[in-house]
Design a protein around this ligand. Sequence first.
Ligand code: ZNH
Length: 147
Amino acid sequence: MVEWTDFERATIQDIFANMDYEDVGPATLSRCLVVYPWTQRYFGNFGNLYNAAAIAGNPLVAKHGKTILHGLDRAVKNMDNIKETYSELSVLHSEKLHVDPDNFKLLSDCLTIVVAAKMGNAFTGDVQAAFQKFLSVVVSSLGRQYH
Ligand code: ZNH
């Protein structure tokens, strides 16, 4: 089981309590699709992903970015039980969506960058360490049902 310090718990709760989902969700998924264009292959039914402007203006990307970000709420609320919390979602990504689990890490890196840019100086090294520790547990949990 993963151990969390009081600082780590408080930091994760605080980041998500102040999160602007409408903005951060779309920005994170858009960035992932631009920086790692091979991730576009899972969104063949999303229409125009032709360039960064098209991706940023695509309402389906925006909507799905929010879905993914809200998917993280469940981990925030269950920090001591993230693996169990995500077992079904892991099966879904593995067996139904066939999403390569390496992509979870790419998306979490994009989220880190978006959150860092929003927080500015408040995104200290200690805050980054706590946030990335949290995301690494999320990533490994989502990848857990792959065989
Ligand atoms: Zn995912 C879906 C979450 C990542 C792809 N996702 C989904 C959902 C959720 C999620 C919640 C919904 C489900 C249902 O419906 O039930 N994701 C998530 C998270 C993460 C993710 C949390 C991390 C962090 N994904 C991801 C990635 C990718 C994806 C990276 C790729 C690249 N997803 C996906 C898809 C889908 C999903 C494709 C389906 C969509 C539709 O709608 O169709």
